[in-house]
Write a protein that binds this ligand. Structure first.
Ligand SMILES: [Zn+2]
Length: 114
């Protein structure tokens, strides 16, 4: 049991760090998108708009990851972080090391992607 508690702490730290990083990134993306650069000429404005689209999709994927992280933290609090939300099988640690926010084992994740 103690080992599991230590593991939980490890992943909680990982998730909290990532959450901080993402929150900071989302804030700075918001700032960048709202820039009002009236002095820029047409070609600059066009490339800024393109840049905004990239920023926007980056912002969206960051927000998606952030909500998955919040969900994972909730699962840690509930004590079912190491269990697949779909089939109830344990999620391998190697998978959680790569994707600490995933609520699914490999099988279920592949099924939902199809
Ligand atoms: Zn599963």
């Amino acid at each position: 049991m103690e080992l599991i508690a230590l593991d939980t702490n490890h992943y909680r730290q990982l998730l909290l760090e990532r959450k901080r990083e993402l929150s900071g990134r989302i804030k700075s993306i918001d700032r960048d998108i709202r820039h009002e650069d009236l002095s820029a000429d047409w070609s600059e404005q066009a490339s800024e708009r393109e840049n905004d689209e990239v920023l926007e999709s980056l912002g969206i994927s960051s927000e998606e990851e952030l909500s998955m992280i919040k969900y994972a933290l909730l699962r840690i609090e509930e004590g079912n972080y190491f269990t697949c939300a779909e089939c109830g099988e344990p999620i391998p640690r190697a998978r959680l090391d790569l994707l600490p926010f995933t609520p699914h084992c490999v099988d279920c994740a592949e099924k939902s992607e199809r």
